[in-house]
Design a protein around this ligand. Structure first.
Ligand SMILES: Cc1cc2nc3c(=O)[nH]c(=O)nc-3n(C[C@H](O)[C@H](O)[C@H](O)COP(=O)(O)O)c2cc1C
Length: 309
C-alpha cells in the first residue's frame, strides 16, 4: 500500500516528517558517507551566528545515564562560511534546509534571517531562543534564556517575522514552568511553527576530582533520558496552539517518532541518536512508513494528534 509521507510544517513542504536536530548533524555533508541525506524531509543545520564562534573550552560533552550533557557553546562557522562552503553541498543534493540561527538581540536574528533568505541559504528559519550554554547574548534578564520569557519570545519572533517571508520556527526551552506560555507568545507574534524541546539544563560532578565533568559547569541534557518530558511538552503545546509543532527530545527509533506524532507533532527531529547510529534519522523515515503500512494508514498526517485517550 502506498503511504503519503509528505507533510506541511508551517508552510515548509517536507517529503516526510523527519529532520535532524540542530547541532547534532553538522551541515549535512558530515553524514554523507553514511546515507543520502536528501532522503530526509529536511536537514536542520547547526545554529548559525553572524560571526564564527569557537564555543566553550573542552571538556564540553559527557555521557550520562540514557543521555548526554553538552556545553558546546554554539561553535559554528558563521554566516559567510556557511553560505560559501556548506550551502553548495545541501543545494546540490536538493535538500530542504532548515537554517537554525542564533544571535545577540532581535536585530541579529532579523539580519541572519533576511540574509539567509536573500542568499537562498534556507527554506525555513528555526530561531534558537533556548541555548543553555552561552553567556553572552541570550541573557534577556541576568543570564536567563530568551525562551524563558514570553514577552521576549514575542519581541524576537516579531523581529524575525518582519525580516523574512520564509517559514519561521521558534525553538523553545523545556527549562520553564509552563512551555505553553512562550509557545503561545511565539504563535501570536507570527511564528509559523514551534520546535521543542531544546536540552534540559543539568550537571555532572566527578567525585574523585570534585570537579564538574564539563568546563562550563552546567550543560544541556539530551537523549532518551529526556524523551518522556519532551513528549509531554509536545502534547501540551500541540493542544494549545493552531500552528504545527516540530517535536524532538530523545527520539532514537521510529516507534519513538510515532509517539511524538500521536502526541501532536507534525514532524520530528532526530538529535544525539545520530551520534550512536549515523543513519538513525533515515531508519526513522523507513520505520514510520512501515508502521503506516502495518496499521493501514495511507497518510502520515492521520497520525498527528491521534493518540487514543
Ligand atoms: C552536541 C549538541 C549540540 C547542540 N547544538 C544545538 C544548536 O546549535 N542549536 C540548537 O538549537 N540546538 C542544539 N542542540 C539541541 C538539539 O537540537 C535538541 O534540541 C536536543 O538535543 C534534544 O534532542 P535529542 O535528545 O534528540 O538530542 C544540541 C544538542 C547536542 C546534543
Amino acid at each position: 500500500m502506498p503511504v503519503n509521507l509528505q507533510i506541511d510544517l508551517g508552510g515548509l513542504t517536507m517529503k516526510n516528517p523527519v529532520t535532524v536536530a540542530s547541532g547534532t548533524f553538522g551541515y549535512g555533508a558530515e553524514y554523507a558517507d553514511y546515507f543520502d541525506v536528501s532522503q530526509l524531509g529536511a536537514v536542520t543545520v547547526k545554529s548559525l551566528s553572524l560571526e564564527p564562534r569557537s564555543g566553550n573550552v573542552p571538556p564540553r560533552i559527557v555521557e550520562t545515564p540514557s543521555g548526554m550533557l553538552n556545553a558546546i557553546g554554539l561553535q559554528n562557522v558563521g554566516m559567510e562560511t556557511y553560505l560559501r562552503e556548506k550551502l553548495p553541498f545541501l543545494r546540490e543534493k536538493k535538500c530542504v534546509i532548515i537554517a537554525n540561527i542564533y544571535g545577540s538581540g532581535p536585530e541579529a536574528y532579523a539580519s541572519l534571517a533576511s540574509r539567509l533568505e536573500a542568499e537562498g541559504g534556507a527554506d525555513a528559519i528555526e530561531a534558537n531562543l533556548s541555548c543553555p550554554n552561552v553567556h553572552d547574548a541570550q541573557n534577556a534578564r541576568g543570564g536567563s534564556l530568551v525562551a524563558q520569557h514570553p514577552d521576549q519570545v514575542a519581541l524576537y519572533t516579531q523581529a524575525i517575522r518582519e525580516a523574512t517571508k520564509l517559514p519561521v520556527f521558534i525553538k523553545l526551552s523545556p527549562n520553564v514552568t509552563d512551555i505553553v506560555e512562550p509557545a503561545l507568545a511565539a504563535q501570536e507574534a507570527g511564528a509559523d511553527a514551534v520546535s521543542l524541546i531544546n536540552t534540559l539544563i543539568g550537571m555532572a560532578i566527578d567525585s574523585e576530582t570534585r570537579k564538574p565533568r564539563i568546563s562550563n559547569i552546567v550543560g544541556g541534557l539530551s537523549g532518551p533520558a529526556i524523551r518522556p518530558v519532551a513528549l509531554k511538552m509536545v502534547w501540551d503545546v500541540s493542544r494549545a496552539l493552531h500552528i504545527p509543532v516540530l517535536g524532538m527530545g530523545g527520539i532514537a527509533t521510529a516507534d519513538d517518532a510515532v509517539q511524538f506524532l500521536l502526541a501532536g507533532a507534525r514532524a520530528v527531529a532526530i538529535g544525539c541518536a545520530s551520534f550512536r547510529n549515523p543513519d538513525a534519522a533515515l531508519k526513522v523515515v523507513q520505520g514510520i512508513e512501515n508502521y503506516c503500512q502495518q496499521h493501514g494508514i495511507s497518510d502520515v498526517n492521520e497520525l498527528v494528534g491521534a493518540v487514543k485517550l
